[in-house]
Write a protein that binds this ligand. Structure first.
Ligand SMILES: [Zn+2]
Length: 179
């Protein structure tokens, strides 16, 4: 069992966590600095989360993070057949690049969480292509521009025709349903 790959900052949804196995840095939701000290830690009621009260060393404000112990350790199988632990930050960054200027922090977080949950529900090991498809499926329902941007990178679009084909597909799948 390795400790947390997923951190939910429930009372501070903007707190961003970059994790390694032992050191956890959290971005202050108020001033965005990532220098803080933990002022209180306690186990959550379910025993699977650790609640930490943190104080930002830059602005002095306090916020709370909830760290979830990840018992299942989702593993990603890459195209070259190597494996690495699932990295939520990487997923979020990928979505963020495609959704730049389109989705706000809350929408990004919600999307990343939804995708992470889906992948974890599928179990222990997941192919990187499966992650890409899941992101596409979710983005399609949220924002078509972000979807096309992500698709262009993920599917390796080379010219306008690729975009046109994809837009055609989008229009088909999102056309109003006939009753
Ligand atoms: Zn701060």
């Amino acid at each position: 069992m390795h400790l947390r790959t997923a951190v939910e900052a429930l009372t501070a949804p903007l707190a961003k966590v970059a994790a390694s196995s032992t050191v956890i840095t959290v971005r202050c939701p108020f001033c965005r600095e990532n220098d803080d000290k933990v002022v209180d830690s306690r186990a959550g009621d379910d025993g699977a989360t650790i609640r930490r009260r943190r104080e930002c060393l830059a602005c002095g404000r306090r916020f709370t993070t909830y760290e979830r112990v990840d018992e299942h350790g989702l593993v990603v199988r890459k195209r070259d057949d190597t494996r690495e632990p699932f990295d939520r930050d990487k997923l979020r960054n990928g979505i963020e690049r495609a959704a730049s200027g389109r989705l706000d922090e809350h929408a990004l977080e919600a999307l990343a969480s939804e995708i992470e949950e889906q992948l974890r529900a599928e179990g222990g090991e997941v192919g990187s292509d499966r992650i890409g498809v899941t992101v596409l499926e979710q983005l399609r329902g949220v924002d078509h521009v972000a979807y096309l941007r992500f698709a262009s990178v993920y599917k390796g679009f080379e010219d306008l025709a690729d975009f046109e084909r994809e837009v055609g597909e989008l229009q088909k799948t999102t056309a109003p349903k006939r009753r």
